[in-house]
Design a protein. Structure first.
Length: 359
């Protein structure tokens, strides 16, 4: 697992924070074995803060002692717990979280119902948004532990969502690489994160520090989904042999020679501009929002004079219906020489659309 090194501090709010220790103050001492020696009588509990060394009987410790929020270390007071945290934090958090995220991934693999659910979310998300990852977030260690102990069957506190890889935190390099490289027909990317919170030492009101630990992994899609995909691929291949594919690998938007020359230059360019936007919008691509530089250059081309030309540009939008990325060449100011170099390879699934005619 990895730790994201951006701590967030927030004043304690008992209405929104989860008790991640899994223990309350009434039974805290009961889970810690009695410690003897070093001036501490047998059958008593000693404060773990070395500069304090206060001890109490088990019944008294149950009533008054405080526990670490993430482990079973016991302290005589909140002050000692906060004072010891800087020394205790590394071993406390590392031991508790080192295997937590990998355990969640293993629990998902072992539970067929959970694996099928995540596979369904992944497949639907890919078909709708393209490449991405299924995110499973746990707001506390206790909830993550409960998920693992339940064999991934208790997922009430984990609401998986699909996130497009373009929306993922750029600092998560490993996750970004997995999203770019996995085979969406057989695999999906699982991103598990757990929020670990701890009390921050210091005077004044109690403050909390939060860290997010995470793990990402490639997972196998459920077999039923992979079988359906194979059938769909075969049906799509048969359909492609009789009709043009709705989502080409390359889309060329150009004004082919031969449109009505009686129109003035500005009107002809406006028609091209409108048609370019219309054909892209049919594929779920909003030129003005997704490619503002290209949109601005087209506006200057329309408003400019005869001496203003438009340099052909290539963009790589994603078809909203299929989630497939395709290459789009925008070339409204075409001439016979440029038209002869347009890609025409049918095997590469190239579609050329004349944006010159007024519709």
């Amino acid at each position: 697992s990895h730790r994201k090194a951006t701590p967030i501090r927030q004043t304690q709010n008992t209405g929104s924070w989860v008790n991640v220790s899994g223990n309350n103050n009434n039974n805290a001492a009961a889970t810690t074995p009695p410690t003897s020696g070093g001036g501490c009588a047998s059958g008593s509990i000693r404060c773990r803060y070395s500069e304090c060394q206060r001890s109490a009987t088990v019944p008294e410790a149950r009533r008054t002692f405080k526990m670490c929020h993430n482990c079973n270390h016991v302290y005589c007071s909140k002050r000692c717990r906060r004072a010891h945290w800087q020394h205790h934090r590394k071993t406390c958090l590392d031991r508790r979280t080192a295997t937590l995220c990998p355990s969640i991934v293993d629990a998902v693999k072992a539970n067929s119902r959970c694996a099928e659910r995540l596979s369904t979310i992944a497949r639907r998300g890919y078909l709708t948004h393209g490449r991405g990852a299924v995110k499973c977030y746990f707001s506390g260690i206790e909830l993550a532990d409960r998920f693992v102990r339940g064999g991934a069957g208790d997922d009430a506190h984990c609401d998986p969502v699909y996130a497009k890889w373009t929306d993922i935190d750029p600092e998560l390099d490993e996750l970004g690489e997995l999203c770019k490289s996995y085979n969406p027909d057989t695999r999906y990317v699982l991103y598990v994160s757990v929020c670990v919170q701890s009390e921050v030492p210091g005077p004044g009101p109690v403050q909390w520090e939060r860290h997010v630990v995470y793990k990402c992994a490639k997972m196998h899609l459920d077999k039923s989904l992979r079988a359906d995909d194979a059938c769909n691929i075969r049906r799509d291949s048969a359909a492609d042999s009789t009709q043009c594919c709705a989502t080409p690998d390359t889309l060329v938007l150009t004004a082919l020679p031969g449109y009505d020359r009686r129109r003035d230059v500005r009107t002809a360019r406006q028609v091209c501009f409108v048609n370019v936007q219309r054909h892209l919008r049919q594929r779920g691509v909003e030129l003005r929002l997704q490619f503002p530089d290209v949109y601005r250059n087209l506006c200057e081309y329309v408003d400019g004079g005869v001496d203003v030309t438009f340099t052909p540009v290539t963009v790589y939008p994603r078809d909203k219906a299929s989630g497939k990325t395709f290459m789009c060449i925008i070339m409204p100011d075409a001439d016979p020489v440029k038209s002869n170099v347009l890609p025409t390879d049918r095997g590469a699934n190239v579609q050329t659309i004349d944006v010159g005619p007024q519709e």
